[in-house]
Design a protein. Structure first.
Length: 122
């Protein structure tokens, strides 16, 4: 199964075309925080919860996050916490992370399955 990052999910929302897969609760939060209108936010939240499996921050994800964090810190390659939590969700559940963010590439060597997709910038 695929885990979609925020950049890819926003593209899906704009195109009104969803693929089967999952999103992390972090991605859900990142999308929803940008929607100011309460009713629209609730509508989008319900839509996303129906369209995707939501991966929460459970003990498995937390353990994986800590392992990845320590490896990255040791090699001097720290990335943003939100991005690392998304990557930990993917690794913890053996999901392929679909993103347009090139920064995730460096996590491949730590066992995170990453596929970079180009999104159009308008």
């Amino acid at each position: 199964m695929k885990l979609f990052d925020t950049s890819v999910l926003i593209k899906m929302l704009k195109e009104k075309h969803f693929e089967p897969g999952a999103i992390s609760v972090i991605t859900l939060i990142e999308v929803l925080r940008g929607i100011r209108d309460f009713n629209k936010r609730q509508t989008i939240k319900t839509l996303l919860e129906q369209a995707f499996t939501i991966i929460n921050l459970d003990n498995n994800v937390i353990k994986t996050y800590c392992e990845l964090y320590n490896l990255l810190k040791k090699s001097g390659e720290i990335i943003e916490d939100a991005d690392l939590l998304v990557a930990a969700c993917a690794k913890a559940y053996s999901l392929e992370l679909i993103t347009s963010d090139e920064d995730f590439k460096r996590l491949k060597k730590y066992g995170v399955k990453v596929k970079i997709e180009q999104t159009s910038r308008r």
